[in-house]
Design a protein around this ligand. Sequence first.
Ligand SMILES: [Zn+2]
Length: 255
Amino acid sequence: MLKKLNVILEIQEFDIKMIRLMKLKKTRKNELEEIDALKKNLRQKIVDKESETQEIKLETTSYEDTIKEIKEKIKRYESQQEQVKKIEEFNALNQEISRADRERANLEHKLNAASDQLMAEEELLTTLQSTYDSTTENSKALEEEILSNINEVNKEGATLKVQRDALTPKAEAEIFGIYEKLINNKRDRVVVAVSNRCCSGCHIALTAQQENLVRKGERIVFCEHCSRILYWAAEPEQAEAEATPRRRRRKVAAP
Ligand SMILES: [Zn+2]
């Protein structure tokens, strides 16, 4: 394996952890935004409902006032009737009275409908208000949990960054530059092992020639399909062969 890749691989592990933390932080921030949007939405509904109720209240007051005026008008007509001498004048006033009375009945009908509506709207307003209160109360614990989680993520990220920054001066500038461009673009591992003759990043098979180049480890080899940097990991048999003698020695040393 190309030696200068070793430190890049170490840096990569820190970067992958940091990328995961950033994703987690984004998810948690989105959760907070959703809670906030839910509360804002409820708040807006309450405001709208309040103004609707206010309008209906004004409407009922205006009906009540007009009805009162009509009733007074009818009383005036009735007292005029007592004073008139001619039957025609009496009848004319009678007609005015019944016209006014029809208007009054019509308005009272509207007033009743508006009063019913007002009651229904006020009930809805109470329900909305209590939904808002319980949502605010229930989400409080969740919001606190998310905020403390974000805080932890920030701390963990800062620690990882210190460790990563301590490694970067050890990396060769050229290869580190290439690596950073790749990882910033893919947000995933970009220095990957060849496994079963495939790139373990995109799982597409390598040509024999490419495989040979990676195995030699003389220069940087990129996967032709996903542009990741490839390296040759120790064969499993080889790793086992290295471990076996140690196990044997321990067995011999035991009583
Ligand atoms: Zn690939």
